[in-house]
Design a protein around this ligand. Sequence first.
Ligand SMILES: Nc1nc2c(ncn2[C@@H]2O[C@H](COP(=O)(O)OP(=O)(O)OP(=O)(O)O)[C@@H](O)[C@H]2O)c(=O)[nH]1
Ligand SMILES: [Zn+2]
Length: 204
Amino acid sequence: MDRAVDELAPRTPSGRHFDQPRAEAAIRELLIAVGEDPDREGLQRTPTRVANAYREMFAGLYTDPSEVLATIFDENHDELVLVKDIPMYSTCEHHLVSFHGVAHVGYIPGEGGQVTGLSKLARVVDLYAKRPQVQERLTSQIADAIVKRLEPRGVIVVIEAEHLCMAMRGIRKPGATTTTSAVRGLFKTSAVSRGEALDLISRT
Ligand SMILES: Nc1nc2c(ncn2[C@@H]2O[C@H](COP(=O)(O)OP(=O)(O)OP(=O)(O)O)[C@@H](O)[C@H]2O)c(=O)[nH]1
Ligand SMILES: [Zn+2]
């Protein structure tokens, strides 16, 4: 397929698109590079399957965060809203293997008491997780997107994840988990608010 006319390919907000033929050719090359025969029966469709998988794993490159946080309504709620244990799968940008775990996302609505749909918080997690990532940046991007769109009094994001690049290769420490947090607004300035949120997050 001519790349220039692949109008249906998903695009980043900046206009770049997922190049399926190029991804398939690269996977075929990789199979050759590791000493495999890409034409043997079991591998014939593998470049297509893997390209499709990457298209899905990096789908967040092609979505505008403001679209995801589009649903906002006035609830006049000025207390904490916290969604815990959101399952999260991302891809380590150093090794292109998974890091996965849970995300906890909380915010205190701003002056106008504006809230967003609860599912939208999980959608923001997905949007930034489905990119080549490092955990620290993923955590900050989720917090900053919520600040930008909802103008809340505070945002707290905590992610706990296991990195397969540390488990299945390299240092080989399966079970080691990494916790990152990003706090904005009230959660940064008030130790009490931050402590309350962290207490709720750590409760099982
Ligand atoms: N800070 C941070 N580091 C990460 C993340 N994901 C992977 N890493 C680390 O990125 C580092 C890359 O180190 P390099 O020395 O360039 O690569 P490497 O030789 O494959 O490193 P090893 O994993 O130690 O074998 C490793 O220490 C990984 O553990 C992440 O989300 N955040
Ligand atoms: Zn890694």
